[in-house]
Design a protein around this ligand. Sequence first.
Ligand code: AMP
Length: 398
Amino acid sequence: MKIIVINCGSSSIKYQLFDMNGPITLAKGGVEKIGLNGSFIKHESNGQKVTLEGEIIDHRSGIEYVLGILISKEYGCISDFSEIDAVGHRVVHGGEKFKSSVLITDEVIAIMEESTQLAPLHNPPNLSGIYAMKSLLPDVPQVGAFDTAFHQSMPDYAYMYAIPHSLYTKYAIRRYGFHGTSHRYVSERALEILGKERTQKIITCHLGNGASVAAVMDGKSVDTSMGLTPVEGLVMGTRCGDIDPGVMTYVMDREDINRSGINSLMNKHSGLLGVSGVSSDMRELETAAQQGNERAQLALQMFHYRARKYIGAYAAAMGGVDTVVFTGGIGENSDTSRYEITKGLEFLGLEFDREKNAGVRGQEKIISTDASRVTAIIIPTNEELMIARDTATIVRKN
Ligand code: AMP
């Protein structure tokens, strides 16, 4: 069975074609700068990498271009479209309706259109990808995998905000959480690697440019750090994470900025970038901090401290913790961050092994001591594979 996984952003499309017998990746790549000057595709197949330029005005033409490359003699890996058995789409917001991945039907699309209000920046491009695939490959089944779905198992006392209840009934304002496919993948993979039962209490730390922590108990997400939007929780590359909402109204008054200004301040100018004034990129910040830049040092301390606080909070929420997983660009690659975040967690039973941790990048590895009661482990995430697996399961069932 061959499955193509599509992830449409506002001006980009990421894709990966899987042969589920294996599974192996046959081709992958990304379309960038859609609708802008200088759009291009980076494509990788058969060990060959190419960058192809083109005028890609919208998601439909981007997907058409990708499909053309997949069947091309020069860079392709399939002979015609009939080899594609299904399409899996990453969808950012599934609202309260989608608790797992689903076969995309007209009814599902209608519900997704309704959820657009909850994710005005993300869901419209996701839907564009679905519409494009529907028209280009009309007979191929499509599946939607939602970033929010895994966290739908949170109890109400964890997902409700302490604001008037009518705002929940009127507008579905509550915490949803994101990165669900990643938290699900790494928590399941942790059980496989460690040979443990689902009864484990796992804290998964997805630390990338966007970052979130999840508490996973008996295979289900019981809490996560992101909320209605992906701004809540950890200090991120450019997002502030947890903040007193009073700060925002105060800044709006003092700086005379409006709703869109404050939104951009929280999302694009805060986090590691805002504090350091250096960069949102962990590698650049680590270098600046090593060179003695005090604000870069402060930004890193805040990032590590906030993540450590969430680990403590989720251990309390679950009545303990058995495993802590690190994933995402920072979690997979920054040995300093993994060390700093877990520093002082011996009281929880986590004995970190600095030697095992040192220099590990992008590979599955246990980084706690053999005697540690709590296991700390690095697991590179693979959201695309998870979406492809869901797609295969759903398509086989239907
Ligand atoms: P992601 O959003 O998951 O792609 O993660 C991006 C983040 O991972 C950026 O802040 C990068 O600086 C960080 N990152 C990637 N590689 C490394 C590395 N070798 N050391 C430290 N941070 C890294």
